[in-house]
Design a protein around this ligand. Sequence first.
Ligand code: BJW
Ligand code: ZN
Length: 313
Amino acid sequence: MPSQLAEFQECLRQLKRIVALVGAGLSASLGLPTFRGSQGLWKNFNMIDLATPDAFYIDPGLVWQFYLWRRHQALSAVPNDGHKVLAKLAEDKKRSFITITQNVDGLLARAGHPPKTLYEIHGSLFQLRCTSFNCTFVDRNNTDDPLTPALAATDEYMDSGAAANLDALSETALGPNSDTALGLNSDSARTSPEFTPTKELALDDLPKCPVCGSLMRPGVVWFGESLPLRALDGIDTFLEAGPVDLILVIGTSGTVYPANSYVDLVRQRGGHVAIFNTDVDPEVVDGKVEKTWGFKGDAAVWLPKALAPLVEP
Ligand code: BJW
Ligand code: ZN
């Protein structure tokens, strides 16, 4: 019986329309924390609880600190081989391909993924938006770190947090052909230790709109908020242009709507599903689920290996 990988690669060559759905697990090997799981924590807060409009309304200083830390971590990271192979696939004209990413870390763009086929449906850490209803100011590609002079003093604790993440990660760096080489131990539980910053931020320290002076907020999509309509339209156009042969479901728990709905849609219309995750249902790994492959381990290790037939080294 051919292995899952051999069967996947055999099929892959014939597929013409492919979607990649990306989640936090793709960047986990770089020390960037995932959201769910026992250690998706920041300053004793669950990361999910901070990703809401209410959290920002109640304590904008706390939420800004969380996002400043995430910006700093993302800027300190470099794209991994998983980001790079998706970027290469997107450049290849032999098939139609789009990437829908829930990640806000900008690493796919930095890996060279063409912007036309990259849909960042939960926004970006590097976009800032004015909170005033009467003002439409958006700062689109702000990579300043620190973001304002008043925030410079926060750098020290940020570096200690990032270093702790990478220390935890380096413990998993063993030789080839071991479980660890496939990243079986490098999920969020290992890479995002609890992180405790000390500095409290006052409203005066936070970024203000240069047009109207109101408080700026991170340009990300929180629970209950609408997704960027241009991205949703672009994705719909691709999905309606013809059946999708394959969706690559990469490092996501698939718990958030509407991102998770794309997997069901592709499956319902007869497409294949390939899951790249440190946690995959054993039935899928054993090849018992129709039209579904599962590659258990670090997506940054598995993706280049699995997609090798489509991408020049
Ligand atoms: C590895 C790995 C390694 C680890 N290799 N793998 C009931 C009440 C209220 C609302 C709702 C409701 N029911 C449904 C809703 C809607 C709601 C929703 O889905 N809620 C559910 C939680 C129930 N959705 C919304 O509110 C959305 N808006 C909306 O629906 O508006 C209506 C509308 C729809 C369509 C058009 C127009 C209008 C908005 C959702 C916004 C989500 N925002 C966040 C924060 C973004 C900013 C930020 O980053 O801070 O997005 S929440 C968080 O979850 C973040 C992520 O992008 C998202 C998904 O998480 P992800 O990436 O899957 O991470 P994890 O941690 O969950 O999983 C990581 C996975 O990686 C795990 O499986 C690991 O095993 C794996 N892994 N290491 C491979 N090395
Ligand atoms: Zn403004």
